[in-house]
Design a protein around this ligand. Structure first.
Ligand code: ATP
Ligand code: MG
Length: 344
């Protein structure tokens, strides 16, 4: 039977990139998976501390993330929703995998370089890098592999920025299985059609929760006014009319990409949508994008505000308690196989 797993860091309220690239897919899989499938979605707080976090802020973000996941349509009756740090087996399997993971492979990963704003060809052993680069940020993909493998996930829905890490997780599973018994399951990546949503202010970078400029992203809880302000100030260009050309017109193309993927029934492709909007001024085009975003996020925003009311504290903690109970049981079953295989 299928096991679907994915995770999101509690590093802020999810943005349109998280929504289109991951969360909407999570909900779709939840609603369409066969009844015998196991579905797990984790708020990966141990990943969040690979960069510095304020404890009060982190606690708040964990809760906001749980409310966000419920607001977009995850149903705790169907999906196991839990905080990663509640399930110790994730960290335990990480240690075991890290005894087999190659430093060479990890040093070719690009995420730690982009989080530290280092150039592509940086080595972890460069003198200026060595002190800045913490072990946890470097071994982030090993924890991520453990998250997936400890649940013996068969399918992992993520955005394009995670493809490399998924490849690494498969490699971890295969090498473990090769050395021991066939205990772990190499997972399949599920990429959403909206693979990569770009930043509104720097459209050559992906939209991120942790980027310093709040105007670079639209949060799924933003009001119409905030949506309007951010899209109106999104970086575009001075070319007349609307065309889809990600290479030469990254800003405009990103807005088309967003509008198309919010509702894929409005056109056949990004190119076709750009054709429909060809004669609009950029100002008028942006108004359409604002309407489309607001229309899709309205109900999410209302649900979120409701869930964040203090009287819903218990509801949220009951959901995460039950989630961690179920996730622990699932993970512990794998861990006894792993320990047995290793001779522990
Ligand atoms: P952070 O900046 O803290 O890393 P993030 O915005 O990258 O935050 P994550 O929690 O790292 O979000 O990732 C959660 C999921 O969202 C992953 O599946 C990731 O691939 C997806 N995702 C993140 N950013 C984008 C984006 N810009 N476009 C599409 N998918 C994205
Ligand atoms: Mg990220």
């Amino acid at each position: 039977p299928q096991v679907i797993f994915s995770g999101i860091q509690p590093t802020g309220v999810p943005h349109l990139g998280n929504y289109l690239g991951a969360l909407r897919q999570w909900v779709k899989l939840q609603n369409e998976a066969p009844p015998n499938a196991t579905i797990l979605y984790s708020i990966v707080d141990l990943h969040a501390i690979t960069i510095r976090q304020d404890p009060v802020q982190l606690r708040q973000w964990r809760r906001e993330m749980l409310a966000s996941l419920l607001s977009v349509g995850l149903d705790p009756k169907r999906s196991i929703i839990f905080y990663q740090s509640d399930v110790a087996a994730h960290s335990e399997l990480m240690w075991i995998l890290s005894c087999y993971a190659s430093v060479g492979y990890l040093s070719r990963m690009t995420q730690w370089k982009s989080k530290l704003a280092l150039p592509e060809n940086t080595s972890p052993l460069d003198p200026s890098t060595k002190t800045k680069l913490k072990l946890g940020l470097f071994s982030y993909p090993v924890l991520q592999a453990a998250d997936i493998l400890v649940h013996r996930a068969t399918h992992v829905p993520v955005g394009a920025d995670q493809s490399q890490h998924l490849e690494f997780a498969r490699e971890c599973a295969n090498s473990f299985n090769h050395n021991f018994q066939h205990v772990l399951v190499p997972p399949e990546t599920i990429l959403s059609p909206a693979k990569r949503v770009m930043s509104l202010t720097r459209p050559h970078l992906k939209m991120s929760k942790s980027h310093e400029d709040p105007k670079s992203r639209i949060l799924i809880t933003d009001s119409r006014e905030e949506i309007s302000r951010k899209i109106n100030s999104a970086l575009t260009d001075s070319v007349a009319g609307v065309t889809y050309d990600p290479l030469n017109r990254p800003g405009v193309s990103n807005l088309i990409h967003i509008m198309y993927h919010l509702d894929e029934t409005i056109a056949d492709s990004c190119e076709a949508l750009a054709g429909d909007c060809r004669d609009l001024s950029l100002r008028a085009f942006k108004e359409r994008v604002i309407d489309a975003v607001d229309e899709q996020l309205k109900s999410v925003r209302i649900k979120y505000e409701e869930l964040m009311q203090p009287n819903n504290d218990h509801l949220l903690s009951d959901i995460s308690d039950e989630g961690s109970r179920k996730a622990s049981a699932n993970a512990n079953a794998t861990m006894s196989l792993v320990r047995g295989a290793l001779g522990l």
